[in-house]
Design a protein around this ligand. Sequence first.
Ligand code: TXA
Ligand code: MG
Length: 320
Amino acid sequence: MMKPWGYSGQAMGGPADTHVMPMGDEAIAEAVRLVLAGEPVAVPTETVYGLAADATNPKAVARIYAAKGRPAFNPLIVHVADLAGAERVGRFNDQARSLAEKHWPGPLTLVVPLRDGSGIASIVTAGLPTIALRVPAHPVMQSLLRACGRPLAAPSANASGLISPTRASHVLASLGGRIPLVIDGGATQRGIESTIVAATDGGLRLLRRGPIEVKASEVANPTAIEAPGQLVSHYAPTKPLRLDATAAEDSEYLIGFGPVAGDVSLSEQGDPVEAAARLFDLLHQADAAPNPRIAIAPVPGGGIAAAIRDRLKRAAAPRK
Ligand code: TXA
Ligand code: MG
């Protein structure tokens, strides 16, 4: 079978003006040049590919929203090189600081009060008095942050409402022709977006499940929808998706897991970490298959398996 996701922008039918560069010094230098000129660039992180722009430049950030077609009320995650950089723009209480020290650099985003005079463009936070901050572990994003010397706003590098990209080819398929550069760092290691925890007043609230499991005793579940990304329909493939399937029906493309074989498998061994890393890639493949419908096997368990089910529930919700 031909691989549904090819390599170059042109081979993908994408326009020639989105350049794909393999990760390395040359790609970083080009990305720095573009970011400082106010352009958004797609870069790998350990979770998913992000579309990064200078968080202090409102025009640059507006180009992220424009490229993604993202509703302007949805605030963006700001990436910084280290905790010191995070403390320059956000206010950390003891609980937030200890989570940051434990998990950064890594796939944890902390929502904290925005510091006065932070220099962050208000379009980034969509006018909220809080800011979502993350110190990514991926060497490409780390190098870019250090070389640019400023915070970078970066949502997932996909058109709004679609599946997050875990490969450069996914970025091209979604945003080809709308952004100048994609740095290709291969498949991302974690495969799903960061865990989001709010530390805005007393206590911690889990806003989005993700690769980092925060103990229930540490975190109360939110009572209201706080992160706009928690809206029910999100991360959606373009075809109908049926959950908890043990066999394909009605010419469905079946994504298996463990004992459920399927056309492809999230993890034949039933390993939820492997499943998370492959999840969006296989949803993209299923979307590109000739079958009109997608079905996916149950992914039981807590922790990252629950984070996977959370994404699948959203992916299966009817589109508004
Ligand atoms: O792994 C990730 O987090 C990736 C990579 C690129 O870092 N980024 C990512 O960003 O998933 P995005 O923009 O697709 O998701 C950001 C989420 C959204 O659900 C948004 O509503 C929420 O973070 N968010 C951002 N700022 C917030 C704030 N001040 N309060 C509450 N939620 C916020
Ligand atoms: Mg996203």
